[in-house]
Design a protein around this ligand. Sequence first.
Ligand code: GLY
Length: 425
Amino acid sequence: MKRWITKENLENSPSITEAEARAARKFCVQRTQENLSTFTTAFPGAASKDLYYQPGPNLGWTTGFWTGLVWLSYEAQEDPSKKAALLHAGKTQAADFLRRIENKEDVDHHDMGFLYTPSCVAAWRLLSDDDAKRAAILAADQLLARYQPVGKFLQAWGKMGAPENYRFIVDCLLNVPLLFWASSVTEDPKYREVALSHIHTALANVIREDGSTWHTVFMNPQTGLFDHGATCQGYRDGSAWARGQAWAVYGTALAFRETKEEAYLAAFRKVTSYFLSHLPKDLIPYWDLSFGDGDGYALDPSIHGEAPFTESAGTNENGGIFQPRDASSAAIAVCGMLEMSRYLAQDEAASLVLTAKRLLKACTDTCLARPDTPTNGLLLHSTYSHRSPFNTCTPEGTEECVIWGDYFLLEALTRVTNPDWCVYW
Ligand code: GLY
């Protein structure tokens, strides 16, 4: 049995129609609107529990995605009173992000872009909100403080300079757009210079020969050169964690947007080709791209919310335990491909858009919740951190909704239904 989709199968997969994308977008906006009663002053956690997000404080690295969902919904909502409720929620949350960065609450890490781009940069883009602008600039300053001149990278986690954390991670490609934005609004080039420097180091070291990516890359604190790659959330060190590969797809597209560097276009093509050629037939990635058809259950569009996955769901035909999916990786990659299509010649752009629409069709047909699905989320079959015998992550959110999955799904639907959408990143 083939484990991954063939080029021919991919080209024969249906793509989402304009009408389907509009209907899915409408549903996502409606669900976000319904969730405001729980999540205006409180924030949903990173992953749902039994498919329901629980309210909590503005902590961790993922709360900005919820505010981003509110802003995407605000843009789409036509009913004036519903739009006003979204505006109120978005502003309330943006104000909380200002409080958080002023008080330096849980901001000693690199995820300032994930937190402050979809929340405060978006609020500034949509409303010219000065407090949101101030919050996002403070967050950019916080991110600058993670820069390590020896090695020229933004240190992801932990105490600055600690040998066990002298590393960057592939995800950071989505944090650096905050720095580009900060230079553009302050006219101070220091943010952009650090962003360019980090991207250069990251893309020179994180992509392997075959186009797969390391999750984390340790740099040598004396020489500043590549030391070794390691995974935290992927299956094993040498495998391709699906979401890391998706961050690389979107991240290289954004790097190319900023620089028009041919090398970054080449990097985009390489990582995207690896991602696409390691999907199962139904186009919804396993949590790690080393898994494919035969490693888990088939997705059934008629089963929504009754996740067929349990940790001990028996053995598959390869003799291993069933592996979970991560639909959020598909949604991120779709956004990356649609972003890159804006900068390519017509033929390559059209082909990329078509491929993105095929993945989006698979996401909406098999993973989008329906009105009667027992969940308050949007995109089912996503995985935050799945423990393997060879990784170091804390397990959380296997086969659940994850808040960035919901966000990138709605961003993708927004892009498809409104190709001129003003990008938050
Ligand atoms: N940035 C962490 C993750 O993608 O899970």
